[in-house]
Write a protein that binds this ligand. Structure first.
Ligand SMILES: *[C@@H]1O[C@H](CO)[C@@H](O)[C@H](O)[C@H]1NC(C)=O
Ligand SMILES: *[C@@H]1O[C@H](CO)[C@@H](O)[C@H](O)[C@H]1NC(C)=O
Ligand SMILES: *[C@@H]1O[C@H](CO)[C@@H](O)[C@H](O)[C@H]1NC(C)=O
Ligand SMILES: *[C@@H]1O[C@H](CO)[C@@H](O)[C@H](O)[C@H]1NC(C)=O
Ligand SMILES: *[C@@H]1O[C@H](CO)[C@@H](O)[C@H](O)[C@H]1NC(C)=O
Length: 368
């Protein structure tokens, strides 16, 4: 494999094979697919990871958001025990073409999940188009409102209170950037689906910079080879960048780097970045934002598979990072911090153009 950082690798390797899009279903107990809308190329795989409760991923149509379309796919119910954290069930389908695919959760108990807005789309037309994701979700919510007024008021249930609070401006936000929004307006393709069990492991979600904090949450996780870690950037302009235990705030020559992930809208959609865990070796990472001060120096670090009962535990790692900031004033870690230009960014990337050129030359030589 090329030892290029991921961001460069993607830019330089246009022949990357079909992508896998990981969708979380019911993460944190919410009645929600996340991301809610993605763009995908024909041949890509969409993998639903069922994280809680007892949901489905069922194909519908724009015209009937909460009805199983004839011939459309259906994962069936995927119950997850309350105490289950790994071996979560998955369901996958392959994107056949660039037509819009509409999906909902068909669980009706104790309340219709679709009517709570638990819907999802691939390749939906953008906002402004009559068949946008926003309009699709609105119709689903309208069905829920109609159901609610038709039924006698049910006792508030543990299952009902979690409709995504931030809904409003989500629109056809694509969680996966890069692919252009398709302009197809065909509402009901009923694309033939190939169901399969994903070979992927568990999905771990890490929230970055929630509510303005300079933190990864959780800051330290244990993961198995082939697990996926999805970083969801909630605020400001952070990165997740691989470093080392000995040098927590410096990018390694060959480590991964998400690049800067500025958050344009605090209500979402939020940019995400995905990392695959390949082995059980501890992985150390940090945020390399330097403006207006080093985020890493305030302790904005992250670890996978740190050995907690040894000297190289997460707290020890974080303390090394904080020590690097030269006793930075703790406390108001957040104030005024934002998306300003980074005068130091060149210093924080320890990978010179010469190195990159050399690496690319080697890569090209290997391909010839
Ligand atoms: C999942 O939901 C379906 C439909 O409500 C129900 O028939 C099934 O028993 C549920 N499974 C579990 C394990 O709760
Ligand atoms: C999960 O809960 C079930 C039922 O309460 C119990 O039988 C099982 O042992 C639990 N599993 C774990 C790993 O705690
Ligand atoms: C795992 O391997 C993939 C593919 O080579 C690479 O992109 C990714 O960065 C690796 N993960 C880690 C944590 O190094
Ligand atoms: C964590 O690492 C520090 C520094 O190496 C060490 O003093 C501490 O005992 C470690 N904690 C545990 C629980 O082993
Ligand atoms: C994000 O931060 C980087 C480094 O400080 C800076 O170069 C970039 O312009 C910022 N992006 C936005 C949109 O503010």
């Amino acid at each position: 494999m090329f030892a290029l950082p991921l961001s460069l690798g993607l830019a330089l390797l246009p022949f990357a094979s079909a992508a896998v899009h990981d969708i979380q279903v019911g993460a944190e107990g919410k009645l929600q697919f996340w991301p809610e809308a993605i763009a995908a190329q024909p041949g890509d795989q969409v993998v639903f990871h069922f994280a809680s409760k007892n949901h489905t991923a069922t194909q519908s149509s724009f015209a009937d958001p909460c009805g199983h379309s004839e011939g459309g796919f259906d994962s069936g119910f995927m119950p997850v025990a309350a105490n289950q954290t790994d071996s979560l069930p998955t369901f996958a389908f392959t994107v056949e073409d660039t037509k819009a695919v509409w999906v909902y959760c068909k669980q009706k108990v104790p309340v219709g999940h679709c009517g709570k807005g638990m819907v999802f789309s691939v390749n939906c037309p953008p906002d402004g188009d009559p068949n946008s994701f926003t309009n699709f979700k609105k119709s689903a919510l309208a069905i829920g409102a109609a159901e609610a007024s038709a039924t006698p008021p049910a006792a508030p249930s543990a299952d009902s209170g979690s409709a995504p609070a931030g809904y409003g401006g989500y629109g056809g936000g694509y969680g996966d950037s890069g692919a252009p929004a398709p302009s197809s307006s065909d509402p009901a393709p009923a694309a033939p689906a190939s169901a399969s069990t994903s070979a992927l492991g568990a999905v771990h979600t890490v929230i970055v910079g929630e509510s303005g904090s300079l933190a990864f949450n959780p800051p330290s996780i244990q993961a198995k080879p082939s697990d996926t870690v999805i970083f969801e950037f909630r605020d400001k302009n952070h990165t997740v960048t691989q470093s080392s235990f000995a040098d927590p705030c410096t990018k390694g020559a060959s480590g991964f780097d998400s690049g800067f992930m500025p958050v344009a809208n605090p209500a979402g959609p939020f940019p995400t970045w995905k990392l695959t865990v390949n082995d059980t070796t501890p992985i150390w990472a940090y945020c390399r934002q330097q403006v207006p001060k080093s985020h890493c120096g305030t302790g904005m670090v992250f670890a996978i598979n740190a050995v907690e009962d040894g000297p190289k535990n997460f707290t020890a790692f974080q303390n090394v990072a904080k020590a690097l900031s030269g006793g930075a004033s703790a406390g108001s870690a957040v104030s005024g911090d934002s998306n300003t230009a980074d005068t130091n960014s060149a210093l924080s990337i320890h990978l010179s153009p010469v190195t990159v050129t050399a690496m690319v030359s080697v890569a090209v030589a290997l391909l010839l």
